[in-house]
Design a protein around this ligand. Sequence first.
Ligand SMILES: [Zn+2]
Ligand SMILES: [Zn+2]
Length: 290
Amino acid sequence: MNPPAEYTPEMVRQAADAIIAARPSYVKLITFYAHIFAAQEDARLRISLPPVHLSDELIRIKHREKLPLVMTSEMVIDPKASEDLLKELCRITVDCGSELAGAAQVLSGQSSKVTALFGPFLKAQESDILAGAEEMGVEPKTLAFFLYHSLRPSLCTCAVQLAPYLDSSPSGEQGYCPVCGSPPAIAWLEGEGQRYLFCSFCWHKWPVNRALCPFCGSREQQGLLYLYSEEEKEYRVDACESCRNYVKTVDTRVLARRCYPPLEHVASLHLDLKAAEAEYVASWPAQLPV
Ligand SMILES: [Zn+2]
Ligand SMILES: [Zn+2]
């Protein structure tokens, strides 16, 4: 039995409509990603994963050493659901006239070769991905895009299954995902100003201290910069002078619309450009295909 989904395909579509109304220049990009994310939320309903059991001793060590619960290579997936989703994502990509449409056509005709790379992708075996991309005649980063997005519903579901093993009193200083160890994609401010980070890989959400850099722990007030614009009160960039890393932050308290974290990441790419101009470094690849 899967845990209840926090988001539905309909919620993704509503979030996309609200973004497009506020930022018409994003219509093509958001329309494409709304289809991708809605298909993923739909796929989550059909995912079946074996339970992941971590021993008490292992959990004690992980908590003591502040290690993530698992490595990405240890996450479990539903291969059948991922293969079905791969075909659906290829169809969406062609229908949307994305710049990846040609590659999507190639990959949908060779889905068994793509699905054979799910394991190497999770293990970050770059040479296998490069060889597979060359054999199929697509760009490696395009192949990685389809591999990741086909697996994402499994990864999110696996993270939800693992989350109960986490320490109930987190340190609040962690700049990497406590479930899988990946860097954050985006930050969220909620309620009384509590700050959360979302994992760029499994989309687990964890609380962090607002007054310090999640990457290097710098606490100096003057060392943390906020790139901010009056026209977009809901978005800002939290950048650190010490380590030059940054994370985009969405202030959900001033956002009078439905939001879906991965879509907010796509809808704020202009902030990644701004941060890059100021020579800050993204914690994960900011470039997205259209
Ligand atoms: Zn994660
Ligand atoms: Zn820092």
